[in-house]
Design a protein around this ligand. Sequence first.
Ligand SMILES: NC(=O)c1ccc[n+]([C@@H]2O[C@H](COP(=O)([O-])OP(=O)(O)OC[C@H]3O[C@@H](n4cnc5c(N)ncnc54)[C@H](O)[C@@H]3O)[C@@H](O)[C@H]2O)c1
Length: 451
Amino acid sequence: MSKILIVTGSMGLIGSEVSEYFLEKGWTVHGVDNNQREIFFGTQGDNTKNKNRLSKYGNKYIHHYMDIRNRTGLLSLISVIKPDAVVHTAAQPSHDKAASIPYDDFDTNAVGTFNLLESLRRYSTEVPFVHFSTSKVYGDAPNLIKMKELDERYDYDDERYVNGIPETFTIDQSLHSLFGASKVSADISVQEYGRYFNMPTVCLRGGCLTGPNHAGVELHGFLNYLIKCNVEEKEYNLFGYKGKQVRDNIHSYDVASFIDEFLKSPRVAEVYNIGGGKENSISILESFKLIESITGKKMKYNYVDESRVGDHICYYSDLTKIKSHYPNWKLTKSTVDIFTDIYNHYNNGTKWKTRLQNDIYNGISSYHFYVFLHKNVNLLICWPLGIMRPFKFFRGFEDYDELPPLRDWRRIQDGLEVFERFDREQTIRPLRLFGGRFSRVNYELDLDEEE
Ligand SMILES: NC(=O)c1ccc[n+]([C@@H]2O[C@H](COP(=O)([O-])OP(=O)(O)OC[C@H]3O[C@@H](n4cnc5c(N)ncnc54)[C@H](O)[C@@H]3O)[C@@H](O)[C@H]2O)c1
């Protein structure tokens, strides 16, 4: 029997990466996520794509559109699922957003975490619980460290922090933002369940957790959003500190691989800072330069001479403790890797055929088909899931490599539209032969892009 993992926030950046990582290892994953990110941040925060990505694992991935504020729902879910581990990533994740939705923020971050802890304890005190905390639990206290101003970044000017901020740093008596405060509450509760009930819990205080699957918005997911602005040539608002503020970035894959190590030998009531550490730290100005060198596009930005409330001037995680407890764990993605990966996701770096193949494989369920219409020959193409090469072209092209250039194709916004305008027999029958039923398809490709 495969092991069972519950991942809350499984539609999010970290949750979807963790789900995929363990699905690849043969676990069964139950995802708990109501796509609240879309409610928090609007359509740009919609995480449906990530959920679709997981559909390729069939019934190994089971999704529950449940809100973690639903206490009774969680109690029964955990007692029925009987997980071997729980990874809790669901959150209101934005420092800046929290003040405008204080109840939602606290109820999700503090109470939602508490609901999970208590539901798990009632089921078993042996099951590991991995909680995503944040560097914002340290409030703005890191800003009190003596800093030096360099040409393009700030850095600590204090020997005690030469490797970054350790877990022993105070979380007390500083400005946190309401987000930081709700996360402190969750962090302390997770530690308490560990200490008091001897449960294998861990708080991972994240620096900047990032990767291509973040639905980056201005208020959360800074690196993803910054790269998106560069690629789309949109103006980026740079808030304060002359753009020299420093963050440490870690790829979501490296976060997932740490959880793997932790679950192999869990500890009780642990706390780790997790991020890119000093080696993957970068300022905003340096980030501009790096992305410009990758895309060849000048970064457009608007400097706002006011920093975000409680924003860190310089933050990077001291990884000494986490690495010493789990020596097999290593960062595999450098800053350049991370930037390139996110950039590729925004399309320009990947050949469209490769993307198409990946998206076909990742994005649709077994009853969905992609439909494209050729402007000249009225050609309909469809791919059933799991078949990496086009299964059948109805007329014209027999082989994938014979596809005409993408600019010759018109995107069909809604595949059903096709049936209004074309011979139903000709289109629907072959689809039925493949055992599928037709369903709506929206596919986003940059049609101007050349192979
Ligand atoms: N991304 C970062 O830079 C970063 C840094 C430090 C800490 N963290 C922490 O890591 C965790 C994961 O962050 P992320 O970047 O993947 O965030 P994300 O917003 O991409 O994912 C969070 C997911 O939780 C879901 N969610 C939110 N509220 C919910 C609710 N009430 N019920 C059910 N689902 C709900 C959202 O729909 C979303 O899919 C969070 O706890 C966050 O605070 C993230």
